[in-house]
Design a protein around this ligand. Sequence first.
Ligand code: SF4
Length: 757
Amino acid sequence: MNTAQTTPPTWLRRWDGPLTANLTLRPADFGLGLVPARLAPTATTTMVCGYCSTGCALKIHLQDTQAVNLTPDPDYPVNLGMACPKGWEALTPLRAPDRATQPLLRDPRTGRLEPVDWDHALQVFTLRFKALMDQHGPESVAFLSTGQICTEEMAFLGALFKFGMGALHADSNTRQCMATSAVAYKQAFGFDAPPYTYADFEESDVLVFIGSNLCIAHPILWQRVLRNARHPEIVVVDPRTTETALCATQHLPIRPKTDLALLYGTAHLLIANGWIRRDFIEQHTTGFDEFARFVAPFTPERVSRETGLTTPQLHRFARTIAHGRAVSFWWTMGVNQGHESTRTAQAIINLALITGNIGRPGTGPNSVTGQCNAMGSRLFANTTNLLGGRDFANPDHRATVARILGIPQERIPDRNSLTYDQILDAIDAGAIRGLWVIATNPFHSWIGRDRLHALLDKLEFLVVQDMYTSTDTARHAHLILPAAGWGEKEGTFINSERRIGLVKKVARAPGQALSDFRIFQLIAHYWGCADLFRAWTSPEAVFQILKRLSAGQPCDFTGIRDYQMIDACGGIQWPWPEHETSSRGHAATIHALRTSLRERRLFADGRFPTPDGRARFLFEPPRPAPDQPDAHHPFILLTGRGTSAQWHTNTRTGKSEVLRQLYPQQTYVEVNPADAARLRIVTGQTVEVSSRRATVRATAVVTPAVQPGHLFMPMHYPETNRLTVPAFDPYSRQPAYKHTAVRLRPVPARSHTTTQP
Ligand code: SF4
């Protein structure tokens, strides 16, 4: 390690507040001593993939304790020996040349990022954030984090920031993908509790996919559907003829953002025809009579007018649900990323409740989430929920957390953080002046992303903690903290079906990059609050703390003894409370979790974690989407996943030569043949797409996959979110990425310019 001190720039010398004592970094911090004690020099070890929420297990092949290759694990209950292209290429991004290998600090004289050592970087981090908080109050700084780091790291970050540093405002990019599902479940069931297990894909008679292109976004879960031997009905509700829709037995090509009318109309038909489970409704739900009155006006004729579907299509859909013995409803971003997304998710939940399709094999209102550890974030990120799925505003919850952590209760805020969009508003208003971004790339991914550039002048201090120095966000940082990636550190992820799986250290982080966990430890020392985190000595020590924080909650996993038990069982779904292990004994528990209890679903007893034990019907009238088309912007732009070889902003998938062969390198836009003929556009031509905020260029792909009047652009290209409109669901504050009014025009051949992202 280079310990030479770089001369602090002049602006830094303005702050002469107290510096904490230097903390000695150990050689092991930089990968030199990273031989994982549990791994033999040449061996294989199994760990969970670091991309999506499916949570596949990969066997990592080691040479001299370092990963050299991988194969999917045939024994893991999630992927059964399969992996998608991203999983097969999971090790490649670790070796990319643009890895962040040492801290970088922007020199205000030259404007360039210059290398500094960790001591200098952490002193600057501490001095500048403390100075902002001293001058403008504790609410003048914020962090934006991720669903991509380990649960133990998320918990450490949230606890450090709020209880240690005394700040308040924090959110993560999970706001962009599953905040809606979390709020919808919490309001309807009393807890953020996706009820299903992946075996349900194989055990349904009817699978309904709403706003979910499972084939592409969750390809291994689609393989689970293909294993279904019951010849199920597959209904896909999607404005676009997606890869999943092509495989459907019924495709409902709905008008964008009219799902709520369709779902209420379907409930109306089910109730009107008596195709409901009255016994289940009476014993396990509350609010049905009001709901039935509410949906009565959603006649097939009205719903047909609003959705663009025919009345026979609506009747057939309702009949299919009614006649299914086991019906499962699956949704992803097409629902979550809408202006009325929470009520839409709850309209799906309502259908499951009135038909009694919950708690049995092959059933459930099931949100498939996005990122590898979005579910860990939902329970333990300590952003807008208190640790363990609790509430900051609840004094009993604060007291419980304070007791378990051994900290004064006054250190726990008694109110929620601002959400992601509200944090940006606060930057705009000058209330937030310092921002710490961890493992996410909002300058690419945020809705209407040009706004971020406009806010740069208002940010006095932007810290980016990331694996790479080259992301759109890192390029604007004042300070870059180099972080280890998946495979270079330990911890746990929780997948979409609530399965806790292990991440292991199988590669050295490059240069001076540190695990996020270690960075948080160091910041605690430099900030002067390390005493609060004396017990947070390692990821596994924090896992033990998280267990205690889960005790008595619906997510209780106190029966999981340690990481080795997770490894031995092939992941363990929550809940798994202590009595489940103690009543069986350890060996019998592992056997049970590997066999008969390998797949578990919630609510089999019909009891929900609400005060009265009943699920709630929640509903409200549909509203038109914001940003409606007009004569100037006559098209509706849809966005979504491009291919299964791409992940979000391509930060990691773009590093793989193999994956780059599997998707177009140029930004492209899908155009219906009728629109293309009218505008004289052909495939391969450069076109201009303009919204009310920006104009971008893209390559046209003429395809009937989109309906006349619709366009589709994948989210992976930075141009796409220059167009999208910053609109949000009022309950989840999730951005509405899926509906933007745009104009399309061909670009004359002589004015073609590059459209490379
Ligand atoms: Fe990884 Fe998701 Fe692909 Fe499985 S489906 S290999 S978890 S990216």
